[in-house]
Design a protein around this ligand. Structure first.
Ligand SMILES: [Zn+2]
Length: 80
């Protein structure tokens, strides 16, 4: 943990995210498919707060597009 508000890149592995229950997802800018990025183990009771500026670097599991997304683009989604 550093000081200040410098941006940090987060590398996520969508393949490790389980697309069920509550999760954080992104919509691919290339193919428009939605995919899970992070699991929300709290089931939505205590959502992770994403603060500051930063980018998340993910490869779309559908079209393999390798892109940077802003953390603010993450959406809390539910799949039952
Ligand atoms: Zn895609």
């Amino acid at each position: 943990m550093g000081s200040g508000r410098r941006a940090q890149n987060v590398v996520a592995s969508p393949v490790n995210a389980v697309r069920s229950g509550q999760y954080y997802g992104l919509t691919c800018v290339a193919c428009r498919e939605r995919f899970a990025v992070l699991n929300d183990s709290t089931k939505g009771d205590n959502p992770v707060k994403i603060v500051g500026s930063g980018y998340i670097h993910v490869t779309c599991p559908h079209c393999r597009a390798d892109r940077l997304y802003e953390l603010g683009d993450l959406k809390s989604l539910r799949q039952s």
